[in-house]
Design a protein around this ligand. Structure first.
Ligand SMILES: [Zn+2]
Length: 246
């Protein structure tokens, strides 16, 4: 089997040698020397560090980089991003995801926790590029029941297809997901042992709107619905107070 030999790489403050055989670190030692079949990399200018895990992405949005920058969330979403996304094809999403993954690989990111649309295209890009990921299928009420059902079906269809890629349910945000759909998503996640990945408390407006509509902040509203648990990944969570419960 082909081996890589990293010579004189910095590991935890010490120069050492590392052999990688297949996809495993087969040896780490200051005393090992290259063998005949090793591809030797002179690594004295490099350090070896743990990889990055990106906890929240919309990978395909790499294509929208620089588009409608520096705007408040709601006009950005309503007037720019959602109309743009409505024109994106499955191919666009596939290509945008590949670009994002390429950048992740270059920066040492080996896993990403995504939330987007047309996740079959995202899955294909991820599988081809060989990184690990959890791919969140976005759900929100305005998709309508038929598309919602297809979204949940997609999670099941792709859940076991690759040992490197898992699927999750991703209710978009408190302002786009009804109490019924939150509960349905949380129950689905529990039954199917997936994580629940969502946006939460991103802006002051989201908090004010949620308090006006439900009498509770977004975090307390989701808690009152029984949605919050240890299998949740909440993204952003900028506007919260200091109450702590364990
Ligand atoms: Zn996001």
């Amino acid at each position: 089997m082909k081996s890589l030999f990293l010579k004189d790489v910095l590991l935890n403050g010490t120069r050492t040698n590392i052999r990688i055989t297949g996809n495993r670190f087969s040896s780490i030692s200051t005393t090992i020397t290259p063998e005949q079949d090793d591809e030797v990399i002179e690594a004295s200018q490099f350090a070896i560090v743990p990889p990055f895990y990106n906890a929240h992405t919309h990978a395909a949005m790499s294509l929208l980089r620089g588009y409608a920058d520096d705007m408040p969330l709601f006009p950005w979403l309503n007037d720019h991003i959602w109309p743009f996304e409505a024109k994106m094809t499955s191919d666009d999403i596939y290509i945008g995801t590949r670009l994002a993954i390429l950048e992740m690989i270059k920066s040492g990111t080996v896993f990403y926790n995504d939330m987007y649309w047309m996740m079959d295209a995202v899955w294909k890009a991820t599988d081809e590029m060989g990184v690990r990921a959890c791919l969140g299928v976005t759900v929100m009420d305005n998709l309508g029941e038929e598309k919602l059902r297809k979204s949940f079906d997609l999670i099941e269809e792709y859940q076991e297809k690759s040992p490197l890629i898992s699927m999750s349910v991703a209710p978009h945000a408190p302002y786009t997901v009804s109490d019924k759909l939150w509960v349905r998503s949380a129950e689905y996640a529990k039954q199917h042992n997936t994580i629940l990945h969502f946006h939460l408390s991103e802006t002051e407006k989201e908090v004010a709107d949620c308090v006006a509509e439900h009498g509770l902040t977004p975090v307390r509203w989701l808690d009152s619905l029984g949605v919050l648990s240890s299998n949740c990944v909440a993204a952003h969570v900028v506007h919260v107070d200091e109450e702590v419960r364990y």
